[in-house]
Each structure stands twice: as structure tokens, then as C-alpha cells.
Design a protein around this ligand. Structure first.
Ligand SMILES: Cc1cc2nc3c(=O)[nH]c(=O)nc-3n(C[C@H](O)[C@H](O)[C@H](O)COP(=O)(O)OP(=O)(O)OC[C@H]3O[C@@H](n4cnc5c(N)ncnc54)[C@H](O)[C@@H]3O)c2cc1C
Length: 384
């Protein structure tokens, strides 16, 4: 990561700590091996907890460090250096903790936040359904009021890390009538993944091979009323509450992983010889790598500009959405180039590029597709 006008001396010191942590606990080899075996990164997750990272932005009175969002972006950029997924599992639990801090009851905070900070439980978010993707107002998984509990019936898809042991799913379910106001009848619930009646099946997705992405079947799943998060029918507010922080975190991770892809491609281009010279001396390769490196620097600046604004309470929805859009697409272009520069070897796991490329493709879809980001930015700049 380059020096940035958005960092203080303390941010730079934290960056050094993160660098050491990543090389020790989230190394290239660790990322590669877990991705190949499609295994959840339990050891790295435990190390993050040990280091106190789940509490980085949590206020001190709740057991955290009370740091600003720039620190978290620095951490997420680092965690994703060798695999986007290592940053993603971190980000999911942070989202869960922040949801409870802002919308949970005292009892929920007391029950879930200390073990989440300690890495004893993990958290995930499950919104997407077969018929509700970009348009989440179409959520149909039903939660029926049965007096002392809710009864859940329906199906979710693409729920990252949902079925991993000790995971608590933050679930979006329909409690109200879908029409006329489809956004207003959604409620959030805490559902431990081992709740009877819930079956989580791993999906054979292209990306996210460590965290795992699940389809989840809810058949007469009972959740006690105290597991409802926030107000009845007001889940939409929760889903929209952390969009800026989420997009900044996402963009930081895309930048972290794309930088490694570009660095790997530059190194390879310097070593690989064809026609009597390193391939990096061919102008076609050299200029393409320059363009990719330039885009990643630009994406980083956009990301930390949005983080800097957010840390000061300056509205940054447009900037965060632009950073998410540009960083994810720059990451896809960079890894696509990496796949070309490494030739046939790019397709072997031991060269890592195919992992970066798979995850980069996914990053233009998850957390709001590129088209949805463009729609949001269009509104922010006065287009309808
Ligand atoms: C690996 C993986 C992990 C995921 N993890 C999670 C998770 O943890 N939790 C969770 O809830 N979800 C998760 N998702 C779901 C993800 O958020 C959705 O896939 C995404 O929001 C898009 O929804 P969709 O796939 O149904 O596509 P659709 O919404 O059907 O979109 C299909 C295409 O149409 C375009 N489109 C749709 N609407 C518009 C519009 N208004 N204007 C222009 N174009 C439009 C989209 O941009 C896209 O190109 C994950 C998905 C994957 C693949």
C-alpha cells in the first residue's frame, strides 16, 4: 500500500502491524491451500479474534477499540491480500456485531457480542432468495407469529458462511404482507445455524471457496421472539444501515487482492522469457501492466477518500458506491490481465492468479452488482 494523504502516523503504524499479521496468519500458502480444499479458514479467524480485530471499530464500552473506519479499511485491504475470502469472513462478523450494537436489545448484545469478539461464534447475513436478488424487496421466506416464537418456512440461496460451525445467521424474513409496500414487511432474526429444521447445503460456486456459500432450507424452524432484531416489519432499515461502511470495506478488499495480482503479474513478466527476452519487455505487456497498476492506485485513493469522509461524519454514499464500483471492476480487469500475462500457468492453483480472478468476478456481483451501483450513483449525481 502506498502512502496516502488520508492516513495519520497511527494509521501507518497500524498498517505495519497488519502486514506482519497477514504474513503470519493469512499467508499466500494458507490462502491457496484452504481455497483448494474448500475449507473454512478457522485458524486465521481465531487469530483475528486473538488480535482483537473484531472489536476494532466497536466502542470501548462494548469491549472494542473504538477505532475509525480508516483503520478497518487498512485491515480489510491487508486481510484480502492473498484471498478476498479472508477479508470477507472478517467483514461478515463485523457486520453482525454492528447490527446488534445499533439495533439489538441489551440481552442480544450481552449474549452475542462477547463471544463474537472472542471468535467463539461467527456471524453471517442471509437475504438473497431464488426470486429475490438485486430486488430484495421480494423476500418471501415467511416468519409467522406463533405467540412465544416465530415459525420460519422458505429458502435462501447464496448465504456465505451460513452453515459453518458456530455461525449465527442474521436472516431477513417476511413478516408482513408483500403488497403494496414490499419493503415494509421485512424483519430480521438471529438464527444459529444448528437450529432444528434448518438445513444448509454448500453450493459449488466458482468463488469464495473458503468461506463457503450455502443454500438454506427452513422447514418449520422455531425462533424465540427474543431473536428478533430491531422492530417488527422494519428490517429494511437494518439492511440499509451500513451500506457506506460495507462498500468501503468491500472496495478496500478488492484493492488489496488486485494489488497482489498486479504485483504477481509484474514479477512473472520480469522472470518469464520468450523470444530471448523477459515478456515484460514487450510493450504490449508492459503498458497493460502500467494501466492496471494505475487503476489500482486510483481505486485505493477513492476507497480511502470515502473512508476519510465517513470517519468525519461527511455523507459518503456516492463516494463509497463509486469506490466499490471502480475497485471491483478495476480488480476484474487487473486479474483478467494477470490471467493473460501468466499464460497457461495462470490456470494452476500454485500460481494463485485463477483464485484472484474467480473472486474478482464475484466482486462485481456481490454486495450490489455493478449495474445496481451505477443506478445508485446515477441518483446521487442527479440522474433518475
Ligand atoms: C459467491 C456468492 C456469495 C454471496 N453471498 C451472499 C451472502 O452472504 N448473503 C446474501 O444475502 N447474498 C449473497 N450473495 C447473493 C448476491 O448478493 C446476489 O447474487 C446479487 O445481489 C445479485 O442477485 P442475483 O444473483 O439474484 O442476480 P439478479 O438480481 O437476478 O441480477 C441479474 C443481472 O441483472 C442485473 N440487474 C438486476 N436488476 C437490475 C436493474 N434494476 N438495473 C440494471 N441491471 C439490473 C444485475 O446487475 C445482474 O447483472 C452471494 C452471491 C454469490 C454468488
Amino acid at each position: 500500500m502506498n502512502a496516502s494523504p488520508f492516513f495519520t502516523e497511527e494509521h501507518l503504524m497500524f498498517k505495519d502491524t497488519v502486514n506482519r499479521f497477514v504474513e503470519e496468519h493469512c499467508s499466500r500458502k494458507y490462502a491457496r491451500d484452504n481455497d483448494v480444499r474448500r475449507e473454512y479458514p478457522f485458524e486465521a479467524y481465531a487469530a483475528m479474534a486473538e488480535q482483537g480485530y473484531f472489536g476494532l471499530c466497536v466502542p470501548e464500552e462494548h469491549g472494542g477499540m473504538g477505532a475509525d473506519v480508516i483503520y478497518r479499511a487498512i485491515l480489510q485491504e491487508g486481510l484480502a491480500r492473498y484471498a478476498f475470502d479472508l477479508g470477507a469472513v472478517y467483514g461478515l462478523t463485523c457486520w453482525g456485531i454492528e447490527t446488534l450494537l445499533r439495533f439489538g436489545t441489551d440481552a442480544q448484545r450481552a449474549k452475542y457480542i462477547p463471544p463474537a469478539l472472542a471468535g467463539k461464534i461467527r456471524m453471517s447475513i442471509s437475504m438473497t432468495e431464488p426470486n429475490a436478488g438485486s430486488d430484495l424487496s421480494g423476500i418471501a421466506l415467511k416468519a409467522e407469529d406463533k405467540g412465544d416464537h416465530y415459525l420460519l418456512n422458505g429458502q435462501k440461496v447464496f448465504a456465505t458462511a451460513a452453515g459453518v460451525k458456530d455461525n449465527v445467521i442474521v436472516l431477513a424474513a417476511r413478516t408482513g404482507p408483500p403488497e403494496p409496500q414490499r419493503h415494509s414487511g421485512i424483519t430480521m432474526f438471529l438464527v444459529p445455524c444448528d437450529t432444528p429444521g434448518l438445513e444448509c447445503r454448500k453450493m459449488p460456486v466458482l468463488s469464495r471457496r473458503m468461506s463457503g456459500t450455502y443454500e438454506c432450507f427452513y422447514t418449520d424452524v422455531k425462533v424465540p421472539k427474543e431473536n428478533m432484531v430491531g422492530e417488527l416489519h422494519k428490517g429494511w432499515k437494518i439492511l440499509g444501515a451500513f451500506l457506506v461502511a460495507e462498500r468501503i470495506g468491500g472496495a478496500a478488499m478488492y484493492v488489496g487482492n488486485a494489488q497482489t495480482a498486479v504485483d504477481d503479474a509484474i514479477r512473472y513478466a520480469g522472470e518469464r522469457r520468450q523470444f530471448g527476452q523477459p515478456i515484460g519487455e514487450f510493450q504490449a505487456i508492459k503498458h497493460a501492466l502500467v494501466d492496471a497498476a494505475t487503476e489500482i492506485d486510483a481505486a485505493r485513493l477513492m476507497t480511502y477518500q470515502a473512508a476519510w469522509m465517513d470517519a468525519r461524519g461527511i455523507p459518503a454514499l456516492k463516494e463509497a458506491s463509486m469506490a466499490k464500483l471502480f475497485a471491483s471492476e478495476a480488480g476484474l480487469r487487473a486479474t483478467n490481465l494477470g490471467m493473460q500475462v501468466l499464460g497457461g500457468y495462470a490456470q494452476l492453483p500454485e500460481y494463485d492468479m485463477e483464485r484472484y480472478w474467480r473472486d474478482a468476478k464475484q466482486n462485481t456481483v456481490s454486495s450490489g452488482t455493478s449495474q445496481i451501483q451505477r443506478n445508485i450513483i446515477a441518483k446521487a449525481i442527479g440522474l433518475t
